[in-house]
Write a protein that binds this ligand. Sequence first.
Ligand code: 3PG
Length: 208
Amino acid sequence: MNTLDLCQYAPVIPVIVLNRVEHAVPMARALAAGGVRVLEVTLRTPQALDSMRQIAAEVPDAIVGAGTVRSAADARAAKEAGCQFAVSPGFTVEVAQACQELDLPLLPGVATASEVMLAQSHGFRFLKFFPATAAGGIPLLKALAGPFPDVVFCPTGGITLATAPDFLALPNVKVCGGSWLLPQDAMDAGDWDRITTLAREACALRRP
Ligand code: 3PG
């Protein structure tokens, strides 16, 4: 799989922080029911790897990836947990090489022109732009389109249902990332219907 294939399912990739393993499968099913099949489960909680394993085993509609991959060890753990792709908040040669050796498609993070150049020199042309809003948002993405017409982005960080359409309207944006589909109170309450509704709303953002 190529990471660009991840963009064909929905205009948003949810960034997921799971605190309870037993929430992993119902949450993944709720998102998939709303049309969101590509899931970035972040390696930010001790439950993350078990959650990925369960989603990979029990939710065939879901395409689960690991977010917050910061080392080669993270990449190996993600692959062993059944992840189909990895996302890193920044770009390091260590993570890029580990993912290439593991045959684990990587969406690496960048926030500057230098980082875009580094990522490109390692063969990446689909990049996470993180933290999108804090790092310069839409004006920076427009500016990067000049020198990098061959690079496309998944902006993530500070994006909401209200602001996503402006990002998705940019020619160099293929998909947005965001945690707004998984409000903490809905997760805590196991309010899966609400998460399905949020997923449906996110899917409706697709460009015509
Ligand atoms: C990420 O890890 O990509 C971000 O934390 C997601 O950003 P958001 O919570 O502002 O959507």
